[in-house]
Design a protein around this ligand. Sequence first.
Ligand code: NAP
Length: 214
Amino acid sequence: MSQNPRIAIVGAGNVGGNLGIRLAGSGYSVRFGVRGGSEVKDLLAKCQGRAEASSVPEAAAWADVIFLAVPAGAALEAARAMGELSGKVLVDCNNPLKWEDGPVHTPPPEGSITAALAKAFPKARVLKGFSTFGAEFHLDPKIGDTSIDVHLAGDDAEAKALVASIATRAGFTPIDVGPLRNAALVESLAILWIHLAMRAGHGRQIGFKLLKRG
Ligand SMILES: NC(=O)c1ccc[n+]([C@@H]2O[C@H](COP(=O)([O-])OP(=O)(O)OC[C@H]3O[C@@H](n4cnc5c(N)ncnc54)[C@H](OP(=O)(O)O)[C@@H]3O)[C@@H](O)[C@H]2O)c1
């Protein structure tokens, strides 16, 4: 797989927009996959000439790696709209939840949105990632000199290594958290982040960090 993969981002909202700016600023060619009527002129202007926008299927067909950042309930529908996903790396950034005096994880029967995507698109190389912190960190992954951890779960080691290399080049710290089944744990960790940030009073400028002695 190319060391300079073409990156599509489907969903140009808080997460997709900020991640696109960050990845374009890190030297990647980025294409936002947007639905008709979505206005991305201001977003493209922030991407240093390294990003374009097109329809969702055009962006997906062009890309090697596709980041999916839409409302979690729309993830499967948005992936269906991408067209042929055979061999594509699909990074699921989405967190299924409802709000009941705080965030509550609402996974599909497969255990996670990621597992549901992997089941629906068996020829895609699906992994979870870039989901366990607020969108402010997709734009700026550092607190002082410390880079925020990106938790990556998936069964395809080569795809995971590629996304880890993208994360590193863009200033994040990738952490391999194991197989696809652990995407459910990653979703739970994201729900915990939302609780801490938005229910427990810590605010959104917080992140998880794996500490190591020695
Ligand atoms: N916000 C955060 O801090 C954060 C952090 C980590 C993870 N996440 C997860 O990331 C995902 C996106 O969150 P967000 O805050 O970026 O949401 P957002 O700001 O509401 O943006 C969602 C984007 O998805 C697009 N979209 C909606 N349905 C679509 C479809 N069927 N096909 C293609 N595009 C579609 C919307 O475009 P239109 O203009 O066409 O509606 C919009 O650009 C969510 O699943 C969330 O759980 C969020």
